[in-house]
Write a protein that binds this ligand. Sequence first.
Ligand code: SF4
Length: 285
Amino acid sequence: MADYKPWTEWFKQVRKTIPYGASPYVYTQQDDLEYRKKQGLPPADVKYKQLKDHLQFGNEKLSENICIFNLGSALGCPSRKTGECQLDDPERCYALGSEKMYGSPYFYRERQKQLWKTISAEQFARHVGQAFKKKEEYAIRARSRPKPKPKLIIKGKKKKKKKRVPFNPDMPYLMRFDEAGDFSKQSDVKKMSKIADILKKDYGIRTYTYTAKSSLDYRKVSKNLTINRSNWTSKKQPKKGTNVFQAVVKPTSKYICPGTASRECGSKCMLCVGGGNKLIQVKKH
Ligand code: SF4
C-alpha cells in the first residue's frame, strides 16, 4: 500500500488549495452533498452530464456497445480489503496497475464511487438509457453521411494503431459494471438488480458484472443481471443463472473465454452476458 500513499496524500493537499466548486475533478458528489447540507439546501439531483462524464463506452478491448461503470477504484476495492480478491497477489491487479502508474484512473473511479453512492437506481438507469439513445442517434446519422476519402498511407511510415470496435446500433447494447472495484454491501447488489430491470424493460439493455465478493448473497438477484463470480470460494450455492469466471493454467470447461484482447467480447462472444450457471475459464498468461 505504501506505493500509492503519495497519490492519496497529494489528492488531499490539492483539495485544500482549490476552493469548492472550482474544479469538478477535485470535488466529488459527496462533497456537494455535505456542502448543500451545511448550507441547508436540499440534495441536488445528479444531473445527466455528471453521470455521462463518468460512463465509458468501450475501450481498447471492449466494443463501444458496452457502457462501463465502476463502483470504485482498485486501490479501494472492497474485495482487496477483505481478502476476497481472486488474485494470489492483489498487487498484480491489472486495474490497480493503471492507477499506480497514472493516478488519474484512481480519481476517476473514486468519483464514480461517490456518484454510485448518491444516485438512485431509477436516475442511473434513465441517464444510461439516454446516453445510449444519443449514441444510437449519432451512429444512425453518421451512416447517411458520405464516407470520407481514405487517407494516403505511406507503407512502413506509421505503425498501424488497433481501431476500437465502433458503436453499432444493430448489435446488443450492454451495461457492464466493474472494470475495477466491487460490491461493498448487499444493498449494492439490490441496486444493481433494480438498474438491470429498468434497463432491460425500458431500453432493452442487458447488464452484467464481475465480482469476487463471495460473502454476499446473490440468490435474489434479478434475472436481468448476470453476475460472473471470479474464482468462487464460498460454500453457499449460488443462484441459478449466475456464472463462475476462473483464470486457470489449463482450461477444462466447455466455455472458454477467447480473451478480451481478441476484441470479441460483447460482440461475437456473449458468454459473460447471459446467465446460465456456466463455468467460464480463461487461460492464465
Ligand atoms: S467469455 Fe466472452 S464475454 Fe466473457 S470476458 Fe471472455 S470474451 Fe468477454
